[in-house]
Design a binder for this molecule. Structure first.
Ligand code: HAM
Length: 421
């Protein structure tokens, strides 16, 4: 075969596609209940949208973005995440003028040229929600609560919500200096990535999974000592609001994020069932991003969940077998019966909303019965010369083996009522 899919890209097929659709419909139901409206932003944006939002020195922008010049020579990039495009669209559609608070959710493909491994893809999907136009800590709690309810309705449990307070950029400036002073003499003991991060993004050193870097982190100064009164009060309120919503969490003073736009509350949802890539969802507050896109000072908070990681944790849907398949399978013998069967098939699908199937090319009775079995259909109909002569259809309930006869005229309606029963 001359072509294969690219590494880190997946075909989503059958049960998996059904599970995707299920997660998306649960997301719509839950997020609408929490007052979020759906937004679909383009997959391709000007490269600057992401560079500005995520930060030039982040791994995503430096190493992972699918960035290229389009046919007109404009630098563009496939979206590596959803927040930047939502902020661009929020401003472009004047939501900052027309809505006091904009609550937006999205679902779709994201692209990052990372090294593929279990749980890490180059095209993956996110379901995310963003609240723009409020600095209220209740919005932080509402966001995490919506995520927790979404997980609960999908039957996912056993996860941990980790929270931290990243403060404001001014507060982090001081902390960066302290952290750099701590790590500089230890440079030789850091991993290669962390040696680079020491120059570009020192906070990310706290996030490193390598054992030597983890050990050095133990004695590193904490951001908490550099936070001002307002940031602290905000975080305390957010935690209280989470308590009020009944969401459990653990504060993790070392939690930092890989994207630069965060301020104050950040969170990550991890699950032990995910293995090395244990981050199921993540997010936080990004109070300066709208302003950095030329908009007004507008508080904002949001999260995104990785759909592939989520689905790997979801219990298989109870009703998945036969759900997308046929409910009725029509078996025909001979050309005339096939024509008659096709007309019944069309009537069932069109007039009665019944999922029906038949073999469209002529096949033996045995092979058609095999297809009927495989389809998982609840009823099979046999239509041969005898039935044509008598003007009847024999309907067999595949689970009980019970057979019933119907006239041609009433068969479709009668079957439709039985499939609903
Ligand atoms: P993020 O932490 O980069 O945050 O991604 C969120 C989630 O997307 C991760 O927890 C993970 O489940 C999934 N994910 C990320 N990269 C991959 C990958 N290569 N393969 C599979 N799944 C992946 C954001 O994207 C922020 N925009 C979240 C946010 C929204 N913050 C505020 N609003």
């Amino acid at each position: 075969m001359p072509f294969q899919r690219l590494r880190g890209f997946q075909d989503v097929i059958g049960d998996e596609a059904r599970a995707f659709a299920h997660a998306e419909s649960v997301a719509r139901r839950v997020f609408w209940r929490f007052g979020f409206e759906e937004m679909r932003t383009p997959l391709l944006e000007e490269e600057g949208v992401f560079k500005r939002a995520l930060g030039e020195d982040t791994d995503v922008v430096q190493k992972e973005m699918y960035a290229f010049k389009d046919r007109g020579g404009t630098p563009v990039a496939l979206r590596p995440e959803g927040t930047a495009g939502v902020v661009r669209a929020y401003l472009e559609n004047n939501f900052h003028k027309t809505k006091e608070v904009a609550k937006i959710f999205y679902l779709g493909a994201m692209f990052r040229g990372e090294r593929p491994q279990a749980g890490r893809l180059r095209q993956f999907h996110q379901i995310g929600a963003e609240t723009l136009g409020t600095a209220s800590p209740y919005a932080d709690a509402e966001t995490v609560h919506a995520l927790a309810v979404f997980l609960e309705e999908l039957g996912v449990s056993g996860y941990t919500v980790k929270l931290n307070n990243l403060g404001d950029p001014e507060e982090r400036k001081d902390y960066r200096i302290a952290l750099t002073a701590y790590y500089n003499p230890l440079k030789a003991r850091l991993c290669e990535d962390c040696r680079r991060r020491l120059e570009t993004n020192v906070l990310r050193l706290l996030d490193c999974k390598e054992a030597p870097c983890r050990a050095l982190r133990e004695k590193a100064p904490l951001l908490d000592a550099h936070l001002g009164q307002e940031s602290r009060a905000h975080f305390e309120m957010a935690k209280k609001a989470l308590d009020a919503a009944g969401v459990s969490y653990a504060v993790d003073a070392h939690l930092v994020r890989g994207l630069d736009y965060y301020t104050r509350t950040v969170f990550e949802v991890t699950h032990p069932g995910l293995g090395a890539q244990d981050a199921l969802a993540a997010g936080g507050r990004y109070d300066r991003l709208v302003e950095s896109f030329g908009g007004p000072a507008a508080g904002a908070v949001g999260f995104a969940i990785g759909v592939e990681r989520l689905l790997s944790l979801c219990p298989p849907a109870q009703d998945s077998k036969g759900k997308g398949g046929a409910c009725v399978f029509i078996v025909t013998l001979g050309a005339e019966a096939q024509a008659r069967g096709f007309s019944l098939l069309s009537e069932l699908r069109h007039r009665h909303g019944v999922a029906a199937e038949m073999d469209l090319s002529p096949k033996s009775l045995k092979s058609q019965m095999r297809s009927a079995d495989k389809s998982g259909a609840r009823f099979s109909i046999i239509l041969g010369e005898d039935e044509l002569k008598k003007g009847i259809l024999v309907v067999k309930d595949m689970t009980t083996g019970k057979q019933e006869e119907f006239s041609f005229e009433g068969a479709a309606a009668a079957l439709a009522s039985r499939t609903r029963a």
